[in-house]
Each structure stands twice: as structure tokens, then as C-alpha cells.
Design a protein around this ligand. Sequence first.
Ligand code: 5RP
Length: 236
Amino acid sequence: MLPQDELKQRAGVYAADFVTGGAPIGLGTGSTVSWLIDELARRVSQGLQLEIVPTSAQTAALAAAAGITVRSLDEIDRLSLTIDGADEIDPAGALIKGGGGALLQEKIVASASGELIIIADGSKLVKQLGKFPLPVEVITFGWHQTRDRILDTGFCVEARLRQKEGRNFVTDHGHFILDCYCGAIQDPSRVNTVMHLIPGVVETGLFINMATRAIIGYPDGKIEEIEFRKEQVVIR
Ligand code: 5RP
């Protein structure tokens, strides 16, 4: 049985084969992605031509320190590929993300990408999203009010202001995060839509219809590739 960090490493290294170089790729945030960055840095030192668009200041710093060229999303029309981690993955490929607090930039980069590959260890696969508290990024002004309106929806029983090292956690974009305890989320799309209607909510950690593939590392050393079908989104 391999330790969880090694599963993340194996998934990250495996995903590096999807990076062919040339066109820039989006690069996610978190411990699994940091293994991918290590592997990409190794390949860059062997001649891979690579530019990345980071999903956080942390990833930008890691990539730059590893000798990978970092580009801004504003310099690019469209990304063919982004590779990122996740906190939960359901059978349809819907995700909870934002455990690392980078959900806003991660979602913008993912939505600019043709393909979104998720790398994770097997513990992230769930039948239904919601055991992991749903991160919701909110404006700092009036955050108590925003929290109360989130609770009014009835989708979650508690919404905790995220703390880090004894202080309120502040995102790269100057916002707070409310970690929302929802229990099993029956209709992720509805929760995402309703949350977005609340003044003060900037983004939710629900990534629906975005992931195209997952690369999963298991304790017995196996790696599984799961493909997800993207639905045509109809807005009524
Ligand atoms: C950051 C994220 C991460 O991708 C997610 O938290 C998974 O992280 P890790 O690879 O460390 O388990 O969404 O906002």
C-alpha cells in the first residue's frame, strides 16, 4: 500500500505525458500539482518547450523557481489544456475545488481551456459531492451578511470563515473563503446557480461540466484514466 503523497506523485508524473510543449497550458494549485511541476521542470531541463498560465501566486512562484516560463492569461486567447487537482470528484466529473483557496483563478483558467485534466489520489473519488466542505469565495465587505444569505438557502448547515495561522485566510484576489458544510449535495448545478445569485458571493468551488478527464492514483500502484463527457450547456 502506497502512502497518499506517493499516489499524488504518480498521478502528477503520469499527467506530464499529456503535456507536449509548444502551446501554453494552464496549471492548477495544490500538492498533487506540485508533483506535476517537479516532473515538468525535469522535462524542461531536457528540452521541453513549455509555458504555463498559473492558477495561483503559489503555482506561479513554484513554476518560476523550477525554470518554467510563466505567462498571464491576458496574453492568451484560449488554452487547449489545463491540469489541476480536486478535493472531490463525482462519477459525472463534477468537482469540489478550493481546498487550497485558489478556486476563483482556477475556475477562470479552467473555463478558458478546451480540456481540463484532474489529477488526484483515489480518496478524492466520491459517489456524491459534499462531504468536503464547499469553499465559497466572498467579498470581505459585509461577509457576515453574505454568510447568512448562504445559510438562508438551506443548502448548508454551517459556513465557517476560513482561518490560516490564526488569521482570516485571504485569497490571491483579496477575498475571504467560507467553508460551507452541506452534507450530500443532491443537485450541484442548482447549488452553484443559487449561490451565485447572492450578493457578495464571488465564486463557488463547484466545477460542473468542466473536467474532461481524471487521472487517479491508487494505493496498489495502479493509475486509472477516467473520461468525462461534456454536456452542452443550455441557459434558460
Ligand atoms: C486548490 C485546489 C486543489 O486542487 C485541491 O485542494 C487539491 O489539492 P491537493 O492536490 O493538495 O490534494 O482546489 O484550490
